[in-house]
Design a protein around this ligand. Structure first.
Ligand SMILES: [Ca+2]
Ligand SMILES: [Ca+2]
Length: 332
């Protein structure tokens, strides 16, 4: 997890080594167990052996294009994973809510319940081994001395006959797994709803403000941003390509007075995904005055036009596995 671009080529190796050194003292985010009963519950259609992918954009550990981490579900809202501080261990789902900015789930196409349970057993057999900070060379042996996050998942499924490293090579990254034909994402093929835009929520007409968002694509495809400024020239179309999971900023000069609802969505080669939640922005004729600037609570509600609140930054699965797939089983 956390290190280097999805493929290793000459100059990237130096960058990789630099990243390893840079991260050597900054691996605190996923640290520490979260004791007790998990307060976050894994969506009910996620099955033992399914995969969790996450982005850690705001933690200081984000350095990959696309997903920064992958873990394997073992039931009871727990995951087996390899992380810098803990090595290979079992984490409660709660952990990801302390450092991840996007989460999505996928499953291995064609894997039976037995395959998935055997893959979990392989990974659990590695618990207690240290984290492997450099992902090369990948090594599927159960006797391997240390594990990189996606290497562990790859080796676990290779042990039951599924090679999830879509581009081969010396290393396997979370996006090698997410982008491959071997894995289907519950969220489908389209980019997820971007983060709600962040930026100044009041200004004077003709002022220019910067707004920032980010968008993850389930398959780590490049994304193109469409901004709806709700302001005369309403929309800027399809700015990109941009790396999945990276932050994206845009300046806007406000032209019309009153409340505006800034929203953004992304497309990849398959089409556009859903709109973000909107950010209300107040544009005034003059600066200041009684009650100025207005707070967000002063903005009228959008009613039926408002996108659904996803309850935060998490993206739950939106599709079930094929009906022919075995029923979910929870391991003790
Ligand atoms: Ca690879
Ligand atoms: Ca996609």
């Amino acid at each position: 997890m956390f290190l280097s671009p999805p493929s290793i080529r000459g100059p990237h190796l130096l960058l990789l080594l630099w990243a390893v050194l840079a991260l050597a003292g900054t691996t605190a985010a996923p640290a520490g167990s979260v004791p007790g009963t998990p307060s976050h519950v894994v969506p009910s259609n996620v099955r033992v052996g399914d995969l969790l992918f996450c982005e850690c954009r705001n933690s200081g550990l984000h350095s990959l294009d696309g997903w920064d981490h992958v873990a394997m579900y073992i039931g009871n809202s727990q995951f087996v994973e390899a992380v810098p501080d803990e090595g290979v261990w079992v984490a409660n789902y709660n952990v990801y809510f302390t450092w991840a900015t996007d989460i999505t789930f996928g499953y291995v196409m064609g894997a039976t319940q037995s395959d998935r349970e055997d893959a979990v057993e392989f990974a659990l057999g590695q618990v207690g081994k240290p984290y492997q900070p450099i992902p090369i060379p990948k090594n599927p042996s159960p006797d391997s001395l240390m594990w990189y996050c996606s290497e562990l998942v790859w080796a676990a499924y290779l042990s039951v006959g599924f090679d999830l490293d879509s581009d081969g090579g010396l290393a396997v990254y979370p996006c090698d797994i997410a982008a491959g034909d071997g894995v289907q994402m519950y969220a489908g093929e389209l980019p997820l709803a971007p983060r709600r835009p962040a930026g100044m929520q009041y200004c004077v007409r003709l002022e220019t403000r910067e707004y920032t968002t980010a968008c993850s694509d389930p398959q780590c495809n490049d994304v193109y941003y469409e901004w709806d400024w709700d302001d005369g020239l309403r929309v800027e179309w399809w700015i990109g390509p941009c790396s999945s999971g990276s932050t994206h900023s845009r300046f806007h000069t406000w032209k019309t007075l009153g409340w505006h609802y800034v929203r953004v969505r992304c497309k990849d080669n398959n089409g556009p995904g859903p709109w973000s939640q909107p950010l209300p922005v107040w544009v005034d004729a003059v600066l200041g005055g009684i009650g100025w600037p207005p707070g967000e609570g002063d903005a009228p509600t959008l009613g039926s036009e408002a996108p659904e609140d996803d309850g935060g930054f998490m993206t739950p699965p939106t599709a079930d596995p094929p009906s022919s797939a075995p029923e979910p089983q929870i391991l003790p």
